[in-house]
Design a protein around this ligand. Structure first.
Ligand SMILES: [Fe+2]
Length: 380
């Protein structure tokens, strides 16, 4: 038996999707967001206005950074305890959405904190507080996943907290909102989405439904991402927003792979944007995973649909979007990389690397890290 879940209550998409906020029964809502962009583009005012129209008292908690930390989450929980929301509305990129999920979890279950959450069975917890996700970027698909990724500052590592408790009750995909992304954010987050699609498609714990979503998302993202980055047209942004979400529906019900394992190691150590780290690692992982027959067959199907070798197409896309081709090019000095190598290796073996379609031995990972750092071809 396999149960698939996308959201717990509603999944709202299409023109004026944001208006759904008026239908949410809430007395006290807190909006959680990142830096300035959602204020500057007027999105926060609109969200606040719509919630207030429904009669809610609304406050805003802002300032979540690109790799949210435990300190930020703890501060947010304090704010929640003061304001006592019955509804949390997370607005913005994956970072505020992820941070808000963990804040809500700790607010509803005060016995949980960062010292015990990864060791506690939180799989069957149910939140009292309603959680609404309004994504502004098209990458993490946090609006339909049961995952919240937080950087543990002391460990310099990004941990993924996973529980059905933090899967949003409501996801709102309003096509107006991703139009506000800069082209750099569109490129990096879009490559995160493509990584989700490609990792979910080859993950061995998926099924017909997740594979269909992942394949459609991969093809759609390959087609629409260049336009979304270069033109920012409303149609292309909407397409990428939807395909990104489909990739999230797929991976949160199947799993990811080594790109996310390695990416969390580099992201936690160097504060690299998640999408950028994934974009760099993705083509190397494809060269590594193609040694598996089932993976090769799936890449063959994608190549057929795309009219050319999918791995080459991903490399071309990476170049076209102006993304660094290796970690060295992304600005990590060789001295730093060599000094941190053992740390990076240890952390790269954790997390989603354990869900890779083929097991990755430590010796292979050592070579793999050198490939993604120096830009060497994966031939082992
Ligand atoms: Fe991701």
């Amino acid at each position: 038996m396999k149960k698939l879940v996308f959201t717990k209550e509603a999944f709202v998409t299409g023109e004026h999707a944001l208006d759904y906020l008026k239908e949410i029964q809430t007395k006290r809502a807190v909006i959680v967001t990142g830096g300035n962009s959602m204020f500057r583009t007027g999105v926060i005012d609109r969200v606040k206005g719509l919630l207030e129209e429904g009669g809610a008292e609304v406050t805003v908690y802002s300032g979540i950074s690109k790799n949210p930390t435990t300190a930020q989450v703890k501060d947010g929980v304090k704010f929640f305890k003061e304001k006592k929301p019955d509804t949390v509305v997370a607005v913005g990129g994956g970072s505020p959405l992820d941070a808000a999920k963990v804040m809500t979890l700790f607010y509803d279950f005060p016995e949980l904190d960062f010292s015990n959450v990864l060791k506690t069975d939180i799989s069957s917890l149910k939140l009292k507080t309603k959680f609404v996700a309004v994504p502004s970027t098209s990458g993490t698909a946090s609006e339909v996943t049961h995952v919240g990724v937080i950087t543990y500052e002391e460990e310099e590592y990004k941990f993924a907290i996973r529980s059905e408790a933090i899967r949003p009750d409501v996801a709102i995909l309003d096509p107006e909102i991703p139009s506000t992304m800069t082209s750099q954010i569109a490129a990096e987050t879009g490559m995160d989405a493509l990584t989700h699609a490609l990792e979910a498609y080859i993950n061995k714990t998926g099924n017909d439904f997740t594979y269909a979503l992942a394949k459609e998302a991969a093809e759609g993202l390959m087609e629409w991402l260049p336009l979304s980055v270069k033109t920012g047209s409303r149609e292309s942004r909407e397409k990428v927003h939807n395909f990104s979400c489909m990739a999230g529906m797929a991976f949160s019900n199947s799993g990811l792979g080594m790109v996310h394992g390695v990416s969390h190691a580099f992201g936690g150590k160097y504060n690299l944007a998640h999408g950028l780290a994934n974009a760099i690692i993705l083509p190397y992982s494809m060269d590594y995973n193609k040694k598996d027959e089932t993976v090769r067959e799936k890449y063959g199907k994608l190549s057929h649909a795309l009219g050319g070798d999918v791995i080459e197409k991903v490399k071309e896309l990476q170049k076209e979007l102006g993304i660094a081709s290796c970690m060295k090019e992304a600005g990590i000095t060789e001295e730093t990389y060599r000094a941190d190598f053992d740390f990076l290796l240890e952390n790269s073996m954790k997390g989603s690397t354990l869900a890779n379609p083929i097991p990755v031995p430590t010796e292979d990972m050592k070579k793999f890290l050198d490939c993604i750092y120096y830009g060497k071809k994966v031939v082992f």
